[in-house]
Design a protein around this ligand. Structure first.
Ligand SMILES: [Zn+2]
Ligand SMILES: [Zn+2]
Length: 324
């Protein structure tokens, strides 16, 4: 992790870099990684999966049971081909997305990761994302493996990384392919040739010291053994804070905000790209990324996010105020 943290802070001026590192060390002393539950702060045994206490892992709404077949957000009820109201209306440019956890359950995790300097959460978040994708690959290749095609087990319970055997520990042999090649087993069916993070505007990233999507995405790519490029897609203009904007305003806000790095416009031609981000709300950011990638010849654009707002009418932006 320390190497990643240094990479993430690599663009900072030396003095600012030193201060950020010192602040991070102080934070690590106050909140040693993996000793406290990321979600509720309770003391946990460091062996608990995903650095979550058992109670939080149980109460989390894992989004791999009933979820929108297009954007992946958790649904409450519905079959495998169900779309959320937003996706039923059409219009998204990405092909498909996967989410891990209902946002309302993991606000504290995202807040700490995004704004609290707790970059070490990235390791656990990447592991959750990895297990989510493995689970999806298994669900697609082995629908009879104790779960139906919608990921429910024999009791009708939705599956989640935490509900998977051994708390989602990946099974040997499925974990990865050789570095630089698409993953093996079910992962190949998920269609990932290249993983990219949703980029931050460079100035904003320098100010924060890191891009949380890059930290999680880079670690996820290592776990999946898929190629990764944290610098290929760029956010070429700053965008307003989106928490109080309507879906239409969000779309207009990020439209045209992303582009491939100069002289690398051909780098995604023919590739199935997967984007990694921390949260899915209206999908406008991911659509804007997809627009740039598809224009550059990407074969398809999918995404994996740690959290997604639920499909309920009041589970949207209001819940995000103060966080986004
Ligand atoms: Zn907890
Ligand atoms: Zn949807």
């Amino acid at each position: 992790m320390s190497g990643l943290r240094e990479e993430a802070a690599g663009r900072s001026a030396p003095a600012a870099d030193f201060l950020k590192r010192a602040a991070r060390i102080a934070l690590d002393l106050l909140y040693p990684p993996s000793i406290y539950c990321m979600a509720c702060g309770n003391l946990i045994d460091a062996s608990r999966p995903y650095s979550l206490c058992d109670a939080c892992r149980e109460r989390f709404g894992w989004a791999n049971g009933d979820s929108c077949a297009k954007c992946g957000r958790p649904l409450h009820g519905g079959g495998p081909q169900t779309l959320c109201a937003d996706c039923a209306g059409g219009g998204h440019l990405f092909e498909k997305g996967f989410a891990c956890v209902e946002y309302a359950d993991c606000r504290a995790v995202l807040y700490g990761f995004k704004y609290g300097g707790r970059t070490y959460y990235g390791e656990h978040i990447a592991r959750v994302m990895h297990d989510r994708l493995l689970w999806e690959g298994r669900a697609q290749t082995e629908p009879a493996n104790g779960r139906d095609a919608n990921g429910r087990d024999a009791d009708g319970r939705a599956g989640g990384p935490a509900n998977a055997p051994a708390h989602g520990a990946p099974r040997t042999g499925e974990r990865s392919g050789r570095a630089g090649e698409p993953g093996t087993g079910g992962l190949r069916r998920l269609g990932v040739d290249l993983l990219l993070p949703v980029p931050m505007y460079a100035k904003k990233e320098r100010k924060r010291g890191y891009n949380q999507a890059d930290i999680a995405g880079r670690l996820l790519a290592r776990l999946l053994a898929v190629p990764y490029d944290g610098k290929l897609l760029e956010r070429i203009r700053d965008t307003h804070v989106m928490s109080n904007l309507s879906a239409e305003e969000r779309g207009a806000n990020v439209k045209g905000a992303f582009a491939l790095a100069r002289d690398r416009e051909d780098a995604v031609r023919g590739l199935r790209v997967m984007l990694a981000d921390d949260i899915y709300t209206t999908g406008s950011t991911l659509d804007a990324c997809a627009e740039a990638l598809l224009a550059a010849g990407a074969a398809s654009v999918r995404f994996i996010v740690f959290a997604a707002t639920g499909a309920g009418a009041d589970a949207g932006a209001g819940d995000l105020r103060g966080v986004m």
